[in-house]
Design a protein around this ligand. Sequence first.
Ligand code: PGA
Length: 248
Amino acid sequence: MRKPIIAGNWKMHKTIQEAKDFAEKLSTEKLNPEVEAVICSPYTAIKELVNKLNNTSIGIGAQNFHYEDKGAFTGEISASMLLEIGTKYVIIGHSERRQYFGETDETVNLKTKKALDTGLVPIVCVGESLEQRENDETKSVIKVQVEKALKEIPKDHITKVVIAYEPIWAIGTGKTATAEQANEVCRFIRETLTEIFGKESSEKIRIQYGGSVKPSNIKEIMAQSDIDGALIGGAALVAEDFVQLINY
Ligand code: PGA
């Protein structure tokens, strides 16, 4: 059985004080222990969240990092810097980073390998644009993204990777893929993983859906055969909603 993983992606939201308020609200709530819950916050709030939530089941993640250990990379953060403050997860290749910050399948691959080498859990994002979906290219686009992201990853590491399928047209738009549409692509991702890593491994890899997930639609999404979690932006910013999402 794959353990469900519900992750919030705060993007560029919340100061340390706001994160603290959020964590305080969360720490009084009863959370489903069967669900792995994650908050991926801005770098600045990570330490505060780790300290405040260390006696809960919630793990803290970053939204990006650099694949080099150290060096002249102005503005970047390394895996060891993240690990030092208690970070456990990292989102890699979110479509906003691909679109606005030049992230490519190659850098996604380098980051995924570095995350695995250092012990961070990579949440690797893939997803097609509206144009690609309309041109019936969804599967071919996703296949290439998955193959390139996971190139040369050793079989004994692969089951630690979490894949997030996030159709770009569904992110922040209020337009959710139907649960069936989402599951169809997640199933296709698993088939692709089976081709590369074999069935035993692919059955263990968790695949999230992301794109306008909210308390009112999470149940249906999580009921799908190949969806093992959700990566949530907007709705994960409100503590009450995030609790509902974890306790779907
Ligand atoms: P959304 O964002 O839930 O606000 O659509 C999802 C994401 O970008 O990870």
